[in-house]
Each structure stands twice: as structure tokens, then as C-alpha cells.
Design a binder for this molecule. Structure first.
Ligand SMILES: [Zn+2]
Length: 95
């Protein structure tokens, strides 16, 4: 058995919290390593900027908002017509 997996470390309050074990439990270096990784992952403590591989990946860009034509309601029939239109497309009323 490797020394890393021998339960020879006494978990104090901090360590027991980190590893989700009872205070006073005996843990191994392997347990601590595993617990640390899990803790970091759970708490999302890894700074993505410090990871070179992820730093090179461009952040997913926000989808560009679809171009929408500004509309207004016709003064007469209330249909949506392009803002600034002189005549309503629906009823022909001058705006
Ligand atoms: Zn109209």
C-alpha cells in the first residue's frame, strides 16, 4: 500500500469540513487531495483566466440580437407599420 493512501492524518476542524468527514477522523494524503479537488470544483474556485487552455478559447459570444424594424401603430387602423412611414401599408391613411 502506498504511503499516500495510508490514513495517518488527523482531520482537525478545517480539514474535516474540507473533506466532509467527522472531526478527528483519520484520513490519507490521497483523501485530502481528492477532497481538495472536489472542494475546488464544488465551490468553483478555479480561476479560468489562470488556465492557459481555457484562456485561449474565446468566450462564447452573446448571440447578436436579431435586427428588428422599429414599428409604430397606424393612427387610424392601429396596424404595426415602420416608424416614419408616411402612409399606412394597411389602410393607406396618411400618418
Ligand atoms: Zn392603417
Amino acid at each position: 500500500m502506498s504511503g499516500l493512501t495510508k490514513k495517518i492524518i488527523y482531520a482537525d476542524n478545517t480539514l474535516s469540513t474540507l473533506l466532509s468527514v467527522n472531526e478527528g477522523a483519520l484520513v490519507s494524503y490521497a483523501d485530502i487531495s481528492r477532497g481538495l479537488h472536489r472542494y475546488i470544483k464544488e465551490k468553483d474556485l478555479k480561476n479560468p483566466q489562470s488556465v492557459h487552455l481555457r484562456a485561449q478559447t474565446p468566450a462564447p459570444s452573446e448571440p447578436a440580437p436579431t435586427e428588428t424594424v422599429a414599428e409604430q401603430a397606424c393612427r387610424d387602423c392601429g396596424e404595426a407599420i415602420p416608424t416614419g412611414a408616411v402612409y399606412c401599408d394597411m389602410c393607406g391613411m396618411r400618418q
